[in-house]
Design a protein. Sequence first.
Length: 368
Amino acid sequence: MNRLVIASAGSGKTNLIVKSAVDDAKAGKRVLITTFTEACEHEIRSKIIQLNGCVPASVDIITWFSFLIRHGVKPFQGCLFNFDTKGMLLVSGRSGLKFQGEMFPVYWGEDDFEKFYFTEDKRIYSDKLAQLVVRLQENSKGLVFERISRCYGKIYIDEVQDLAGYDLEVLDLLFKIDSDVLLVGDPRQATYATNNSRKNKKYVKSAIVNFFLDERLGIDIDDTSLQVNHRCAPAICDYSNKLFPSMNPATSGNRDVTGHDGVFLVVKEKLGQYLESFQPVQLRDSIKTETDSNYKSMNFGKSKGLTLGRVLIYPSAPMVKWMCNNDTELTQAARSKFYVALTRAKNSVGIVVSKTEVKKITGLDVYE
């Protein structure tokens, strides 16, 4: 049975993976756990050691890109090319530039195989990696994923909302083999993406849930089991729910009372006083946003997965407009970033606004 668990922030999705994987290993199964970032890989590894004393020999924990190279490309690369790959080049945009035209850039097509998929020193472009795996599956007559099914009886895929493009074709192929697949993620936290491919563009970021609704895939979707947010105070949980009104709202399991709990508007003139009083971690949309250098700062995306006591958010202009009127258009990317920033905090969230803006925002306490 292949299953997708949609988990809210702070609901214990990593614990679900860790406990289930250890149980599978004890039952004699070979287990693969794969996640997008190295930070998440490290967190899973640490929690398994904390629970079990060590990582069982039958459990492999690797990043998604490492999985694609190690199990998707390397074993059957001879079906398509006769040289050894030298790893991967991480790209943020479109790879394989042929030349810069007067009007627009021109890229190599797939007919120019090596230039399309590889750098000159034979590293695979990250945005073409999953596509290459699909090509190898075709040319090997199915041997790529047949081998994966022999290697692992259970496959866990964490942070599934970060997958995009041909990654979804890889998932489709995984669903067809004998291995059981459990996917876990929160579409509300889709701040990253493995690539910017035009393939499956309609399922990018928070819209990825729609991909799994295809009955052909036979995926059991669980959007109720992990909807208790054990991290955030009730007011934080309730406010973050407003960013994604069409999704099942999370409820708070945090009953701690500190005397400064919830979401507060902080006018810029009182920033110094607020920072000194509560020592929050400052979260910003971009490194270009000015913060107080006397206190810790990080970008929204970098804070993903962390649990912090208190945070102070420097919102972007579109986020402030949404706070003034929740019906205002806000991109999915901005919603996800704001959601991640809000849900890092256990006790309190301060949001920096101007004196003019604070008068337009209702439903939140103002720090005095």
